[in-house]
Design a protein around this ligand. Structure first.
Ligand code: PEP
Ligand code: MN
Length: 355
């Protein structure tokens, strides 16, 4: 159920409706929109008796939400969710595109700094890098753990880039939530429901990757898990799905972008690195991702991909990332978007003006 408040409803009206919902034993999710606030009701097994709520001051109507996902849905919030980062111009879901770039895994301070320096100069606002890697083989590099998180905190301090990194389990999530600006939940964990709920109890934005064989509905339900715990800052990410195609590592399903945008107000970005698994396909698919209306990109970049400890084959050289950014900026302008600068201060205390 969804309580739609009148445009002129007061904060007090909204609070009273939330209190009433909670008193009935349900959970109230008050989500303000441009014109009105909607209050989602979760935790109910069946239908909530609308009568009592309908009569309360400031209530316009009580609507039954028929879709299995509620908080994620455009029924709940018509306009796009914009996730912003105070002190910067970067957003997910705003008119500006979000660009997240960096290595698959943090391997050393030197490796991270040399890549960060290049991606920041090229115009990325976010730095990615795995501290905890979900690897197919237990013998592959598993990540540097907290040491990598510390390196990324230094990267943020030095370059002003915001940090995106993956949590693979409950233990790592606690540390990631402490250090990162955005918590990534990987494809392999898209239906790790207890991890989703734990991420939902943090107040950091969550970058949720689509599972390798997840349907659109399963993907949105995973986002609903995070939101149902009260964290409304969810960013979806298409990263390719398993198909019979063997010319790429995964099949990047770009048709998901407009499909999600019809149903949900959440921002959605594209990962053409894991989506193709091949360096030479990352830039063309990035152009397509922006053209189709994606809210941003997440790209793997490495200064020496041949020696990378993970995903070297799909990592761009920094020069290729420069070229990608130049092309993305052109496509962005065609679809009415742009790539904002991070706008953060450098360690020296001056606004970066190298762009
Ligand atoms: C990654 O971003 O490095 C990663 C492991 O991604 P995914 O979960 O999409 O495979
Ligand atoms: Mn990777």
């Amino acid at each position: 159920m969804l309580v739609v408040m009148q445009a002129h409803a007061t904060a007090e009206d909204i609070r009273r409706v939330c209190d009433k919902i909670e008193a009935l034993g349900y959970r109230a999710h008050s989500i303000p929109g441009a014109e009105r606030t909607a209050i989602g009701i979760t935790g109910n097994k069946g239908e909530v008796e609308p009568g009592t709520l309908e009569e309360m001051p400031g209530v316009q109507e009580v609507i039954k939400v028929t879709k299995p996902y509620k908080l994620v849905s455009r029924d709940m919030k018509e306009e796009n969710t914009v996730i912003s980062f105070p002190g910067t111009d970067a957003t997910f879901g705003g008119p500006g595109l979000a660009v997240v770039a960096g290595p698959c895994a943090i391997e050393s301070r030197e490796q991270a700094f040399s890549i960060a320096e290049r991606v920041e100069r090229a115009g990325a606002q976010f730095f990615r890098g795995g501290a905890y890697k979900p690897r197919t083989s237990p013998y592959s590099f598993q990540g540097l753990g907290e040491e990598a998180l510390k390196i990324m905190a230094e990267v943020r301090q030095h370059f002003g880039l915001k940090i995106v990194t993956e949590a693979i389990d409950h233990e790592s999530l606690e540390l990631v939530a402490e250090y990162a600006d955005v918590i990534q939940i990987g494809a392999r964990n898209m239906q790790n429901f207890s991890l989703l709920k734990k991420a939902g109890r943090t107040r950091k934005p969550v970058l949720l990757k689509r599972g390798m064989s997840a349907t659109l509905e399963e993907f949105l339900m995973a986002a609903e898990y995070v939101m149902s715990e009260g964290n409304y800052q969810v960013i979806l990410c298409e990263r390719g799905v398993r198909t019979f195609a063997d010319h790429t590592r995964n099949t990047l399903d770009l048709s998901l972008i407009p499909a999600v945008q019809r149903l949900s107000h959440l921002p959605i970005i594209v990962d053409p690195s894991h989506g193709t698994g091949k360096r030479n396909k990352v830039t063309p698919m990035s152009r397509a991702a922006v053209a189709v209306g994606g809210d941003g990109l997440i790209i793997e970049v490495h200064c020496d991909p041949d020696k990378a400890l993970s995903d070297g084959m799909q990592s761009l050289y920094p020069d290729q990332f420069d070229e990608l950014m130049a092309q993305v900026r052109q496509i962005a302008s065609v679809v009415g978007r742009m790539v904002p600068r991070i706008g953060a201060r450098t360690a020296a205390g001056t606004v970066s003006d190298r762009h």
